[in-house]
Design a protein around this ligand. Structure first.
Ligand code: 13P
Length: 249
């Protein structure tokens, strides 16, 4: 059985003190089993979070594909490893849209993350115009195929995919559970085509895009949705606890 994940993506929110307060107050109230509670925080507070979190698994939101060098402002996989974070979000649509991240770059980042024992949370998803033009599957196929080109998966527990339709992110307009399930199932089929059915059945696929305490249960009832990647609602302590409880199986 795939263990569900509830991953908060804090994006560019929370100071160090706010993050520590959050972690200390939610940790005692999180389910002890049945779900992996993850927080992907701004890089500058990762070390403090790692030190304090016992239940929460800590992740970064991005990573450069190079190990070191003249890349001003960037964070390398070596640095994330040194900080003892476990997860790293790669290819978030905000990074694709605002920082020109290409499928090729994301592919390089996945390879590098594995080299340094970091677990990638790889984001894919279509924009509204693509959905309206019935291109969702084409987009997902291109993104998944390119992201995993030449990537070997030694342990399917160490890779997570997040289906995040761009039109649902931060809009309050979540995909319906049927739409989310259809896309997650399609992604699993694509993974089966690359890695075989056995591996594909073990990979966790999350849904992200306006997940909240009201829609999480229905999303989680879908057979191919293994958790959520949550932006806005993960910033509130009570909501984060409720979301983790709703994901626990
Ligand atoms: P929201 O939950 O705020 O829509 O953000 C989703 C997201 O982008 C998570 O990575």
């Amino acid at each position: 059985m795939r263990k569900p994940i509830l991953a908060g993506n804090w994006k560019m929110n929370k100071t160090r003190d706010e993050a520590i307060h959050f972690a200390l107050s939610v940790e005692p109230k999180l389910p002890k089993e049945g779900v992996e509670a993850v927080i992907c925080a701004p890089a500058i507070i990762l070390r403090d979070l790692v030190k304090r979190c016992e239940v929460i698994h800590v992740g970064a939101q991005n990573m450069n594909e190079n190990v070191s060098g003249a890349y001003t402002g960037e964070i390398s996989p070596v640095m994330l490893k040194d900080t003892k974070v476990e997860y790293v979000i790669l290819g978030h649509s905000e990074r694709r849209a605002y920082y020109n991240e290409t499928d090729e770059k994301i592919n390089q980042k996945i390879v590098r993350a594995f080299e340094y024992d970091l677990k990638p949370i790889v984001c894919v998803g279509e924009v509204l115009a693509e959905r309206e033009a019935n291109k969702t599957n084409d987009v997902l196929k291109t993104q998944v195929t390119n992201a995993f080109k030449g990537v070997e998966i030694a342990n399917p527990d160490n890779i997570v995919i997040a289906y995040e339709p761009v039109w649902a992110i931060g809009t309050g307009k979540s995909a319906t559970s049927a739409q989310a399930e259809e896309a997650c199932k399609y992604i699993r089929d694509l993974l089966a085509g690359i890695y075989g059915e056995d591996v594909a059945q073990k990979i966790r696929i999350l849904y992200g895009g306006s997940v909240n305490t009201k829609n999480i249960a229905e999303l989680m009832s879908m057979p191919n949705i293994d958790g959520g990647l949550v932006g806005g609602a993960s910033l509130k302590e009570d909501d984060y606890i409720t979301l983790c409880n709703a994901c626990a199986k």
